[in-house]
Design a protein around this ligand. Structure first.
Ligand code: 6GP
Length: 796
C-alpha cells in the first residue's frame, strides 16, 4: 500500500521561483508591494500548476470503467489551501519556504473565504466524501451548483442574529477552472440558460489521485440579446441576463426545512439537467462505435444526496427518449439501474414534495414523465389486487403533489440511511410501506468524516503525537490503526501528554475567542461545546436552560463544589425560523448576564460563537473536553460533528440518537456520558406526555423555565423568550407542548453534568477516556464509509 503512495515531489527552489514569478506576473507588482490577497492567489496558482498533470491524467484515464457520480445541491467545502497542501504532502515544506521569504502563512490562510456552498451536515458530508473517494482512489465525480452567494454570514447584533451576504468569490476563485467548452443549454418552460461548469480538483491524500467537483453556474444563453439592443431595449437585455444569473445566485439557507419556491426547483433542475447531459454526451463520445444505452448503468452510478437532486431521474429519461430516440419503457429500465438514493433526515418537513403547477412551470416534460411512472406503478398495484387505500402511500403523485422520495425509491437500486438507528427508523416507520415490498433495496451506511481535515490539518499537535506513538503515519491512510493507541491506556506519561495537548489547544482557542468575540475564557476550565445548526430537535435550548439553572444554583450556593466550566455554543438559524432565532437571542442574553456577574464569572462563562462555519470548527473541535450531542432520541439521523469531537479526544455527552449510539458502542459507554429517554420510550409516551407535570414536580425545571418570562432575561421586546416558554408548557395554536421532550430529559441531563463536573478533576482517568475515544474513532473515517458505498451500492 505504502509503496503506491507518492507525494507530489517538491523541488523547493523551483517552487519558490515559480511562486515569486506568479506573484509578480498576476499582480504586475514587485514582491515587496504585494498584499496578502496577492500572495494567497499566487500560491493557489502555483499549487494548481503542480497538480495539473495529475488532474488531466485522472480525467482522461481508463475511460471504460464504472464511475460514481455524487449529485448534491450542497458541497460545504470550507477552505482549500491548507487541506490541499496536506493532501499533497507538502504542507510543512511550503510553510517553511514562505517563512524564508518572511511571509506569514497563517495570514495568507486567513485570507481565504470558506466555500460555504452548503447548510450543514448534508453538505459537509458531501465534501468529506470527495476527500475520501480521492484518497481511496475511487473514481467519483461531484456534481452541484456554483452559488455566487454561499450560506449567509451571521452577525450578532445586540444578541440577535443578523444575516449578511456571502459573496465568497468576489476577489476571485483560486481553486476552480472554468470549462467553457463543456457548457450545456438548460431549457425551462419560460427561459433558456447556459450552464457553465467550474471544476475544482479534489486531491487524494498523498496518492496522486485528483477527482473533480464540477459546479454549474447559470448564465444567459446569449450574453446579449441583440434584438433587444437593436430595438434600444437595453433594460430588457439586462433583465434577461439577471434572470439567468438569478438561478445560481444564492444558496437557500434552510437546513432540513424544504423551500417550495419556483426558484429552488429551478436550481435543482438546472444542475441536474446539465449534469445528466454531461454524462450522456460523454458516454456517446466514448462509446461511439458501440453505443448501447442498455450499458449506461454498467458505467454510471448516480448517488442522490437526499431529495434535492431527484429530478435527475425524469431528466435522464427525457434525454434518452426525447434526444436519443429510445423507447420510454427501455429508458425507464436503464434509469432504474442507474440511481441510488440516500435519505438524511426523518423530519417530515424535509421530505420534499412539489406542487404539480410548480413543476409544470419549471420543467413540464419532467412532470409528464413522472406521471407516466406513477400511472404504471398504480396500475401494477391494482393488478396485484391492492385497494385504493393500500396504494395511497406509494403514489408518487397524490392530490397534485409530487412526492420526490417515492419517485427515488421506485427508481433506485438502493435506499440508505446514514446511521444504524436512522436506517432502522426508515425501515420501521418513515418508509415502512416500501421496506415491506422491497426490503432488499434498504441498507445502512453510517456516516464518517475525513481525518485529513479534521485531525491531520486542524490538530497538528495530536496528529504528531499519534505518529510518534505509533511509530509511523500509516494511520492517516487507515484510521483503524488508531486502535493500537490502546497500548498506552495505562501509561501515565502518555496520558499526561494527552492532557497537555488538549491544554495547548484550549489556550489557542482562548486566544482566538478573545480576538473574535472579545470574551476572556480560562483554558483551565472545562470546555463544553455545542456547535451545529440551530434547531429545536437539536435542543440547544435544553443546554441553555440547564446553564441558567446552574447559574442560579451557584449564586445561591457560592461554595458549592464546582469545577469551572466554559459553555460554548455556535450555529446559524434559518432566517425564517423564528424560534431558532429566539434560541440564539437566549444564548447571547444568558452569556451577557452570566459573564458580567462577578459572583460567578470565575466559575462559569458562556460564549456564543459568531458566524460558526467550517474554518471556525477547525479551531473548536481540537479544544473540546465535552461534545454536546443532545438531540431528542430518534431525530438526529446521524450527526458528524460528534465524530469530529471524538477523533479529537472530547468525551460525548449525548442521547441515544444517530451515530452517538455507535460512538458509545465503539468507545465504551463508560468512557462517555449518556443521558435521556430512548426512542422506544418516547414513542410509547408521545400521546400521554405532559411537560407541565415535570415542571411542577421539579423545582430546577421550574426555575429554568420561569426565568424565560420572569424579567430576569431581556429579549428586547421581541417576545422571543415567551415563544420558547410557550413552546414548552403553554402551547399555542394546536402545537404540542414540548414536542422535543426537553423537560422529560432535563433532570437526567443535569445529573450527567454533575457527574462530568465531578469526574473532570481526576485528570488521569479523564485522559484515559479521551484516549479510548481517539483510539476507537477509526470506524468513523469517511474512508470507511465511501468504501462501503463503493462495494455494496456502486459495485466499483
Ligand atoms: C443531516 C442530518 O440532520 C444529520 O444528522 C446527518 O449527519 C447529516 O445530514 C449527514 O448525513 N441532514 C441534513 O443536513 C439535511 O438537510 C435533508 O437533510
Amino acid at each position: 500500500m505504502k509503496e503506491e503512495i507518492m507525494k507530489i515531489k517538491l523541488n523547493k527552489n523551483k517552487f519558490m521561483e515559480d511562486y515569486i514569478e506568479n506573484l509578480q506576473r498576476i499582480t504586475l507588482k514587485n514582491f515587496e508591494d504585494t498584499s496578502d490577497k496577492d500572495k494567497y492567489f499566487a500560491l493557489c496558482d502555483t499549487i494548481m500548476e503542480r497538480i495539473n498533470q495529475e488532474w488531466r491524467d485522472c480525467k482522461n484515464k481508463t475511460k471504460k470503467t464504472k464511475k460514481a457520480y455524487y449529485f448534491s445541491a450542497e458541497f460545504l467545502v470550507g477552505r482549500s489551501l491548507g487541506n490541499n497542501l496536506i493532501n499533497l504532502g507538502i504542507y510543512d515544506e511550503v510553510k517553511e519556504l514562505l517563512d524564508e521569504i518572511d511571509i506569514d502563512f497563517e495570514s495568507i490562510e486567513n485570507f481565504e473565504d470558506d466555500a460555504a456552498l452548503g447548510n450543514g451536515g448534508l453538505g459537509r458530508l458531501a465534501a468529506c466524501f470527495m476527500d475520501s473517494a480521492a484518497s481511496q482512489k475511487i473514481d467519483m465525480y461531484g456534481y452541484g451548483v456554483r452559488y455566487r452567494e454561499g450560506l449567509f454570514k451571521q452577525k450578532i447584533e445586540n444578541g440577535f442574529q443578523v444575516e449578511e451576504g456571502d459573496h465568497w468569490i468576489k476577489d476571485g476563485d483560486g481553486w476552480s477552472i472554468r470549462v467553457e467548452s463543456d457548457s450545456k443549454i438548460v431549457k425551462f418552460r419560460d427561459q433558456t440558460v447556459k450552464a457553465v461548469p467550474y471544476d475544482m480538483p479534489m486531491l487524494g491524500f498523498e496518492n496522486g489521485q485528483v477527482n473533480t467537483l464540477r459546479l454549474w453556474q447559470s448564465e444567459p444563453f446569449e450574453e446579449f440579446d441583440f434584438s433587444y439592443f437593436n430595438n434600444f431595449q437595453y433594460d430588457k437585455a439586462v433583465e434577461e441576463k439577471n434572470r439567468a444569473e438569478d438561478i445560481t445566485r444564492v444558496l437557500y439557507p434552510n437546513d432540513i426545512q424544504r423551500e417550495g419556491k419556483v426558484l429552488r426547483l429551478k436550481q435543482q433542475y438546472f444542475f441536474c439537467s446539465a449534469s445528466i447531459q454531461d454524462l450522456v454526451e460523454k458516454y456517446k463520445k466514448y462509446f461511439e462505435n458501440d453505443l448501447q444505452f442498455e450499458n449506461f448503468p454498467k458505467y454510471h452510478v448516480i448517488q442522490l444526496n437526499d431529495t434535492h437532486p431527484i429530478v435527475a431521474i425524469p431528466e435522464l429519461i427525457r434525454v434518452l427518449v426525447d434526444e436519443n430516440g429510445i423507447d420510454f419503457d427501455r429508458a425507464v429500465e436503464i434509469t432504474k439501474k442507474t440511481f441510488a438514493f440516500t435519505n438524511h433526515t426523518v423530519l417530515q418537513e424535509a421530505l420534499e414534495t412539489w406542487p404539480k403547477d410548480i413543476m409544470l412551470e419549471v420543467c413540464p416534460r419532467c412532470f409528464d414523465i413522472i406521471e407516466k411512472i406513477n400511472d404504471k406503478l398504480v396500475e401494477d398495484f391494482k393488478a396485484k389486487g391492492l385497494s385504493e387505500e393500500a396504494i395511497d402511500p406509494y403514489r408518487i403523485i397524490r392530490y397534485d403533489q409530487i412526492r420526490m422520495a417515492n419517485l427515488a425509491i421506485v427508481m433506485s437500486i438502493s435506499v440508505n440511511g446514514v446511521a444504524k438507528l436512522h436506517t432502522k427508523i426508515l425501515k420501521d416507520d418513515t418508509f415502512n410501506h416500501w421496506y415491506k415490498i422491497m426490503p432488499e433495496k434498504f441498507n445502512n451506511k453510517t456516516n464518517g468524516i475525513t481525518p485529513r481535515r479534521w485531525l491531520v490539518y486542524s490538530n497538528i499537535r495530536l496528529s504528531n503525537f499519534i505518529t510518534d506513538k505509533l511509530g509511523s503515519d500509516d494511520w492517516k491512510y487507515d484510521l483503524n490503526k488508531l486502535k493500537e493507541l490502546e497500548k498506552y491506556l495505562e501509561d501515565d506519561k502518555v496520558l499526561e501528554e494527552i492532557n497537555q495537548i488538549k491544554y495547548e489547544n484550549k489556550k489557542d482557542l482562548a486566544r482566538y475567542i478573545l480576538e473574535q468575540e472579545n470574551i476572556v475564557i480560562n483554558p483551565d476550565s472545562i470546555f463544553d461545546i455545542q456547535i451545529k445548526r440551530i434547531h429545536e430537535y437539536k435542543r440547544q435550548h435544553l443546554n441553555i436552560l440547564h446553564i441558567i439553572n446552574l447559574y442560579h444554583r451557584i449564586k445561591k450556593n457560592p461554595d458549592m463544589n464546582f469545577y469551572p466550566t466554559t459553555f460554548i455554543l455556535g450555529g446559524k438559524a434559518a432566517p425564517g425560523y423564528f424560534r431558532a432565532k429566539a434560541i440564539i437571542k437566549l444564548a447571547n442574553e444568558v452569556a451577557r448576564v452570566i459573564n458580567k456577574d462577578p459572583d460567578v464569572n470565575k466559575k462559569l462563562k458562556v460564549v456564543f460563537i459568531e458566524n460558526y462555519r467550517v474554518s471556525y470548527g477547525e479551531k473548536l473541535f481540537p479544544a473540546a473536553d465535552i461534545s454536546e450531542q443532545i438531540s431528542t432520541a430518534g431525530k438526529e439521523a446521524s450527526g458528524t460533528g460528534n465524530m469530529k469531537f471524538m477523533l479529537n479526544g472530547a468525551l460525548t455527552l449525548g442521547t441515544y440518537d444517530g451515530a452517538n449510539i455507535e460512538i458509545f458502542e465503539k468507545a465504551g459507554v463508560e468512557n462517555n456520558y449518556i443521558f435521556g429517554a430512548k426512542v422506544e420510550e418516547l414513542n410509547s409516551i408521545r400521546d400521554s406526555y405532559s411537560p407541565k407535570e415535570y415542571y411542577h414536580k421539579n423545582s430546577d425545571i421550574k426555575d429554568a423555565v420561569d426565568s424565560l418570562v420572569s424579567g430576569e432575561l431581556n429579549d428586547d421586546n421581541s417576545y422571543m423568550f415567551l415563544d420558547i416558554y410557550n413552546s414548552l408548557i403553554n402551547p399555542q395554536g394546536g402545537e404540542k407542548a414540548d414536542s422535543y421532550f426537553l423537560l422529560k430529559d432535563f433532570e437526567d441531563y443535569k445529573k450527567v453534568h454533575e457527574k462530568i463536573n465531578e469526574e473532570y478533576s481526576d485528570r488521569k482517568t479523564w485522559a484515559r477516556k479521551a484516549l479510548k475515544n481517539i483510539a476507537n474513532a477509526g470506524y468513523f473515517s469517511s474512508d470507511r464509509t465511501i468504501l462501503e458505498y463503493a462495494k455494496d451500492i456502486w459495485k466499483i
